[in-house]
Design a protein around this ligand. Structure first.
Ligand SMILES: Nc1ncnc2c1ncn2[C@@H]1O[C@H](COP(=O)(O)OP(=O)(O)OP(=O)(O)O)[C@@H](O)[C@H]1O
Ligand SMILES: [Mg+2]
Length: 342
């Protein structure tokens, strides 16, 4: 994030000009121009194993400068394992991975200096104050104390934590801690921000505040890589995304194209009476596809109102009916057979 400090002062910026990739442009406009030139992150046949567990099972993806790229998937899909390899926190087991044009196995330190990581679990120092968490983190990057103080001031403002600057971290709310973790990841003014479930556990207001902050970063040209379980978040924030399942990529595209490819225009949701069985048979032929969940039945069709009329004609005893447009959750259900949130 460019809080008024020149890109050239970033750690690693020097390395980038010497033979490494079209490095990072300092503005959204130049980011736009560079999109699709050379990927900022490129994975081919990427594998992560933990003993006999294959967490990431040979995935390919390209993430371009200035875009916001999402990894969606249920628990255990391999999202965090992928994020940690990109962030050079965990070695690649097999395949190739290039981050900012460099190899994490060779240039881990240089890559780490240019990325910000928001891990799935906050790893703040609870005993320190909010401000000191930022200052001490900045010192890891050898940023002069005066520069860190200047950035910290703006970052606290950005994270709406200025009035808590001198409070200990421990008593902060979950949302405040999450915002501080994001502020901390920005101390080094990274070109690439990796956010592993940035809004899990936050209330709607805190989520919207975070989304707003992420939009602003993107507008400043920062490339965002985000994992999430929330389809509304993915639809809001991601230019492109992949759906991961069991360590593999099940589908890739823009939110819109995925919905178009894997779902119907509309969905009729019926809340079914408790304990009712044989629903799919009773509703057969009404929609292109019928999904029966524990409490609901989903009828996939391009005309939800017509489907509802047909359901009524069959005297199906639903408790509540809703016609809505398809979302990424429907795509997810189709591709994985599972709901996004287990
Ligand atoms: N350090 C580790 N040691 C052993 N197994 C691991 C380790 N980290 C992850 N795994 C395993 O790798 C698989 C993928 O886990 P990962 O954390 O990448 O999933 P995820 O998609 O981030 O899930 P969640 O949505 O729950 O965060 C799981 O089976 C998990 O148990
Ligand atoms: Mg995870």
């Amino acid at each position: 994030m460019r809080l008024g400090v020149q890109a050239a002062s970033q750690p690693g910026a020097q390395d980038a000009s010497a033979g490494t990739p079209p490095a990072v442009a300092p503005s959204a406009a130049s980011a736009q121009r560079s999109v699709r030139s050379e990927p900022l992150i490129c994975a081919r046949g990427l594998v992560k194993r933990f003993g006999s567990i294959v967490a990431v099972d040979g995935i390919d993806f390209d993430i371009y400068l200035g875009e916001s790229f999402g990894f969606l998937g249920p628990n255990g899909a391999g999202k965090t394992s992928t994020m940690r390899m990109i962030a050079c926190m965990s070695p690649v087991s097999e395949g190739t991975l290039r981050v900012l044009g460099m190899d994490p196995a060779v240039d881990g330190a240089k890559i780490r200096a240019r990325i910000g990581l928001v891990p799935q679990e906050d790893s703040l120092d609870l005993e320190l104050t909010v401000l000191d968490n930022l200052i001490i983190y900045g010192r890891y990057f050898d940023i002069p104390r005066r520069v860190i103080r200047e950035r910290a001031k703006r970052l606290l403002d950005f994270a709406e934590l200025t009035d808590r600057a001198h409070s200990k971290v421990d008593p902060l709310s979950g949302g405040m801690k999450r915002r501080l973790t994001i502020a901390r990841a920005l101390v080094s003014e990274p070109d690439l921000l990796i956010l592993d479930e940035p809004t899990t556990g936050l209330d709607p207001q805190a989520r919207h505040l975070l989304w707003d902050r992420l939009y602003r970063l993107k507008a400043q040209g920062v490339t965002l890589v985000i994992t999430t379980h929330y389809m509304d978040e993915a639809e809001q924030l991601c230019d492109r995304l992949v759906v991961m399942n069991d360590g593999r990529i099940a589908a890739e595209g823009t939110p819109h194209s995925l919905i178009e490819r894997y779902s119907t225009k509309e969905v009729l949701e019926l809340r079914k009476p408790l304990g009712m069985t044989g629903v799919a048979e009773r509703l057969a032929g009404i929609a292109d596809r019928v999904e029966e969940l524990a409490d609901r039945v989903l009828l996939y069709t391009d005309d939800g109102d017509a489907a509802l009329e047909a359901v009524r004609l069959r005297e199906f005893p639903y408790e509540h009916a809703l016609v809505r447009r398809s979302t990424l959750e429907d795509v997810f259900l189709r591709l994985t057979g599972r709901s996004l949130i287990d």
